[in-house]
Design a protein around this ligand. Structure first.
Ligand code: SME
Length: 367
């Protein structure tokens, strides 16, 4: 028996190595196989690999002239016959075989070796020669060894049946949505932290700091909306609206404390319901500012803050829509009513004490 070409020994060794430790892709392995086969055999005038997709053999890598037979149905031609029969076919004279599908006028003989995983046909190695009866037992044995190794390296079959295609498309879409959701979630946490820091700065009357933090919050909001684009469910998700509410609260607290016009929902890029709840929460922040003012004896400032809280409560009471639309605004407004009443009580006591103090001072002065 003739010695095997060293390039073929090397190819078999390469395929065995890939089976042990894979570092090449399936297409790269197929490409190298056809290249090496063609290079080592002068009588291989066209060497290609077809892969079975459903009921069709689809041409993969090849060496030789381009062929019109890129897709061959099972059972068609010598290629289709070899796949259907799961048998190597050697045709010494293609002109005498009625199954033969002519690719090139010069072709005289052909060998087709199926790549089989048990009963399953993965594809086949197809070689044409311009010489009649070009393929001997050594060629057949070599190609069968190669086919066997390729079968071991082939990627596992995709989930077949009615789910094929639809199932994969759904997984791809869910994968994309999950990525967007994670981005939105991370940014919403970031936005909430920004809002809290801005409100703390506002209570210290550090307006520049508060503005700077809110500018950063606006950028986060835009990134969040970009990540949610095309996903209506993410755009209206609780964490998205919460982040909008917190940022609206911070902007509105800052404007109310500085006696500036309130930025509207469009200006802030937040949903109406998020803005309304943010306004209610801002009233809660005004209570804290009012208590600070009372402590410092700035009764008039505290009264102005109480007046705004009352306005907010009165306005929110007019928003009478289902909780599903208003993000449970009623609960927020109940809180606003509570803090407004308590602030009124605190202020009444403070005013009474101030008057008492003044009266005592007058008595003292008169003594
Ligand atoms: N002759 C093949 C068609 C493929 S070409 O040889 C590249 C056949 O009869 O199936």
């Amino acid at each position: 028996m003739a010695q095997m070409d060293p390039r073929m020994t090397a190819l078999l060794t390469y395929l065995d190595a890939q089976a042990r430790q894979r570092d090449a892709s399936w297409p790269a392995i197929l490409e190298r196989t056809v290249q090496d086969l063609a290079a080592a055999h002068p009588h291989f005038d066209w060497t290609g690999i077809y892969l079975l997709e459903g009921e069709t053999l689809v041409l993969g890598p090849y060496v030789g002239a381009p062929t019109e037979h890129q897709r061959i149905g099972l059972g068609e031609g010598i290629c289709g016959a070899a796949a259907a029969e799961r048998e190597t076919l050697v045709v010494d004279d293609v002109g005498a075989d009625p199954r033969y599908l002519a690719c090139f006028v010069t072709t005289r003989s052909e060998i087709v070796v199926p790549i089989l995983d048990g009963e399953r046909v993965l594809g086949e190695i197809d070689v044409d020669s311009d010489q009649p009866a070009a393929f001997g037992p050594a060629d057949r044995a070599l190609l069968e060894q190669l086919a066997e190794r390729l079968a071991r390296l082939a990627p596992p079959p995709r989930a077949g049946g009615p789910l094929d295609g639809i199932g994969e498309a759904i997984l791809a879409r869910l994968d994309a949505k999950n990525g967007c959701r994670e981005a939105v979630l991370a940014q919403s946490r970031h936005a909430v932290q920004h809002a809290a820091r801005a409100i703390r700065a506002a209570h210290r009357a550090d307006w520049d700091e508060a503005e700077a933090i809110l500018a950063g919050g606006g950028e986060i909001m835009q990134a969040m909306q970009a990540a949610a684009r095309g996903h209506a469910d993410l755009q209206s998700a609780g964490y998205m609206l919460d982040a909008q509410k917190e940022l609206a609260e911070a902007h509105l607290t800052l404007a109310l404390l500085r006696d500036r016009p309130l930025p509207g929902p469009e200006q802030l890029g937040v949903a109406d319901a998020a803005w309304l709840n943010g306004l209610g929460e801002a009233a809660g922040e005004l209570r804290r500012a009012a208590l600070d003012a009372i402590r410092l004896g700035r009764i008039a400032d505290a009264e102005a803050l109480l007046e705004r809280m009352q306005e907010i409560h009165t306005y929110l009471s007019t928003v009478d829509y289902p909780a599903a639309i208003t993000l449970n605004l009623k609960r927020t407004n109940d809180m606003v009513r509570g803090v407004t009443e308590r602030t009124r009580g605190d202020l009444t006591v403070a005013v009474g004490q101030a008057e008492l103090k003044a009266a005592l001072a007058r008595v003292e002065a008169g003594l």
